[in-house]
Design a protein around this ligand. Structure first.
Ligand SMILES: C[S@@+](CC[C@H](N)C(=O)[O-])C[C@H]1O[C@@H](n2cnc3c(N)ncnc32)[C@H](O)[C@@H]1O
Length: 309
């Protein structure tokens, strides 16, 4: 049974007094464009004062890399990489782990971000230790899953809906995907999901020992070309950081449809002595959008699951 930690309020809308995540500012600028006149969810629109708009960055010339052809959210209004040139505003020099752009999106999706982020976004999570933010945000101590690279988020919503006794933190670099996830959370009226736009590595860097009960990385970008292997998210450093912050018995799940990546994951898991031997049995987890496409294309899926010793 989840409990409320001392000093933590369990009232609704617990995030209202926390600073909005900086990424919602760009969305506010896009949402206030003249074409943005339709609500995203069908729910009554909350009275939200959009944060002060800041100029958005230039369109990213890598447009389309990893996007869906013909999707206006991949080729639409505004967005682009920030000053660092990387999706999610990662620090200069950081290896980028995705082909996707940070987020050129339609006004409708931008409005979903502006309207729903105050309710479900983790706020400026980089500003204080992750565990503290999660205590304040969820208002309880329940098992906590970090869902890394949630894409459009259908699987995250399905999982959270089926597990109301767990709290889920979704971290994703791709804003249009986050907008869809937010709309899904809102439509399902879930109170056990928070979202964060950013690099999962940054969120993990702010976590302390035992802050997370599970970390799930479903279908990270495969980076098949050898020269791109350093961009793969699940490497030794990532796994070591996960081991730092998982509670004893906590679980790390990785799935991929790319056999050479699976071999890499197997090797880095085996090298991390704080984690048990990985199992290749499919765990209890949702089917993701990417997985459905992989299966339809005949690509076999490899699951690797281990736990913190
Ligand atoms: C191949 S997609 C899979 C999406 C989803 N998990 C699925 O299976 O449908 C990989 C996702 O990971 C996200 N991603 C890549 N690197 C990331 C990082 N460092 N932090 C957070 N998300 C990341 C990408 O933006 C992309 O949406």
């Amino acid at each position: 049974m989840a409990s409320v930690p001392p000093g933590v309020s369990a009232t609704a809308n617990r995030l209202a007094d926390t600073p909005l995540a900086p990424w919602t500012r760009d969305a506010a600028a896009i949402a206030s464009s003249p074409s943005a006149d339709a609500g995203p969810t069908g729910h009554p629109r909350p009275a939200v004062t959009p944060p002060v708009a800041t100029p958005t960055g230039p369109a990213d010339p890598r447009s389309g890399a990893g996007g869906r052809a013909g999707d206006p959210d991949e080729a639409g209004v505004g967005g682009g990489a920030d000053a660092s040139g990387e999706p999610g505003g990662s620090a200069r020099g950081r290896v980028r782990t995705t082909t996707k752009q940070r987020g050129r999106m339609s006004a409708t999706k931008a409005r979903a971000l502006v309207e729903l982020a105050p309710r479900y976004a983790l706020g400026d999570a980089a500003a204080s230790p992750l565990g503290t933010w999660l205590d304040r945000s969820f208002g309880r101590r329940a098992p906590r899953l970090l869902d890394v690279g949630t894409g459009t988020g259908e699987a995250t919503v399905a999982w959270a809906r089926a597990h109301p006794d767990q709290d889920v933190v979704a971290v994703e670099l791709h804003r249009p995907g986050l907008a869809r996830l937010l709309a899904g959370i809102d439509a399902a009226e879930l109170d056990n999901v928070r979202v964060h736009e950013g690099d999962a590595r940054d969120l993990l860097a702010g976590a302390g020992p035992g802050d997370l009960s599970a970390v799930r990385v479903l279908f990270p970008d495969p980076w098949p070309k050898r020269r791109h292997w350093p961009r793969r998210l699940v490497d030794g450093a990532f796994v070591a950081r996960v081991a730092d912050v998982l509670a004893p018995g906590g679980v790390l799940q990785v799935a991929t449809d790319w056999a050479p990546y699976a071999e890499q994951v197997r090797a880095v898991l085996a090298a991390e002595r704080r984690l048990g031997s990985p199992s290749a049995a499919r765990p209890d987890r949702p089917v993701t959008a990417y997985e459905a496409a992989a299966r339809a294309a005949g690509r076999p899926v490899v699951d690797l699951v281990t736990h913190r010793l």
